[in-house]
Each structure stands twice: as C-alpha cells, then as structure tokens.
Design a protein around this ligand. Structure first.
Ligand code: FNR
Length: 185
C-alpha cells in the first residue's frame, strides 16, 4: 500500500523556491509514495519549560510525524546552516525524551539555493542531526539544487533538466523508503 511521506520545508516564505520544489516533487512522485507537507511555521521555539504542558501545535506536529511512514527534508541554507525554523521542528519532534518521533523514518535531504553551492552546508548540517535522531538517510543521489532562482519559468513550469534530475531523486527515494520499511518496518 502507498507509503505516506511527511515533507518538511525549511523556508516559511510564501514564494519559497524550496516549497515549490516540494510541490513539484509531490507531482513527480511514483505511485508507491504520497508526499504531504507538514507545516512548521506555527511551532513555538522549543523550550523544556513550555513542553511541561505541550502546546497543541507541538502535539499535532508530533502526531503527524509519528503517523508518517517516512520523512523528506527540502531546505534552503541560512548562513551556511539549517534555517532555525527547521531545526526547531527537529527539536520539537525529538521530545519528550525517549519519544523521538523521527526515529526509524526513512529520510532524504534536498537543498536548494539561488547561489552556486546549492545549500550544501545546510544539507550536511541537517544530516548531522538526522544521524542522532535515527533517521536513515538516502546517500545517493545527493541533491544540491544550485542557481535555483532560475529553475521555474514565469508560468511556474520547472526547467526540463531540473525536472528530470528531481525525477531521478524522488524515484530513488521511493525505492529507499520501500527498502527500509521492508527491512526494518
Ligand atoms: C540566506 N540565503 C543563503 N543562501 C545560500 O546559498 N547560503 C547561505 O548561507 C544563505 N544565507 C541566508 C541567510 C538568511 C537569513 C536568508 C534569509 C537567506 C539566501 C537563500 O538561499 C534564498 O533567500 C533562498 O531563496 C531561500 O529559499 P526559499 O525561501 O526560496 O525556499
């Protein structure tokens, strides 16, 4: 049956390139997986004090991650690292201690930037946290989308070259999810 993938977009911007890539990937995804964005913009900054009585936003977020079969991160790079909103979402999902919602969910990281480095720094800083959170991450193909300011035309259509690359990424990711769930699920 179809595996549900929670998509985490690292930008809160309405016109976010990364969000557009997430939506494009949802269309390109093979029928074995279904992508759905889980919003992170309404999560209060994590504090153990407020988590004594978890805000409704924390609870709803944790439930959505726990209910998902897999997780896919699509993020810009902020100052060569992970945007705070996305790191906050990782932290919220990791608690309370011993109830890490991310654990065992097959993952992948895609980064995109209008710059030339394609969000490499964010991509790998994120992977560092995912090691600790026990998210088995697809290694290849790596996805650093550079010059991403130009990949959508004025009608919102994705450049052919980028589309075929993203197709190969999402196909490989679907295989990765099914393999992981068959082995460890
Ligand atoms: C950026 N940007 C950026 N780009 C990059 O390639 N490396 C970086 O370290 C940074 N740092 C950075 C910090 C902050 C605070 C902002 C707001 C932006 C530029 C960034 O890649 C660009 O704004 C993207 O368009 C953001 O992605 P979305 O929102 O389009 O998905």
């Amino acid at each position: 049956q179809v595996k549900n993938v929670a998509v985490l977009v690292g930008s809160l911007r309405k016109e976010s390139i990364n969000r557009k890539i997430a939506l494009a990937l949802a269309d390109l995804a093979p029928s074995s997986i279904k992508l759905e964005i889980v919003e992170i913009g309404d999560l209060p900054l994590y504090s153990e004090d407020i988590d004594v009585t978890p805000p409704a936003a924390y609870q709803a977020f944790r439930e959505k991650i726990k209910a998902a079969d897999a997780v896919l991160f699509i993020t810009p790079e902020y100052n060569r690292s992970v945007p705070a909103a996305l790191k906050n979402a990782l932290d919220v999902g990791s608690r309370p201690y011993g109830q890490n919602a991310w654990s065992g969910k097959p993952g992948a990281v895609i980064s995109a930037s209008p710059g030339a480095i394609g969000g490499f720094g964010a991509n790998h800083h994120l992977r560092q946290s995912l090691v600790f959170l026990n998210v088995p991450c697809m290694q290849q193909p790596e996805a650093y989308i550079s010059n991403a300011g130009n990949i959508f035309d004025e009608n919102g259509k994705l450049a052919e070259r980028t589309q075929s690359f993203l197709q190969s990424v999402i196909d490989a990711y679907a295989d990765w999810v099914l393999l992981q769930l068959r082995t460890h699920g």
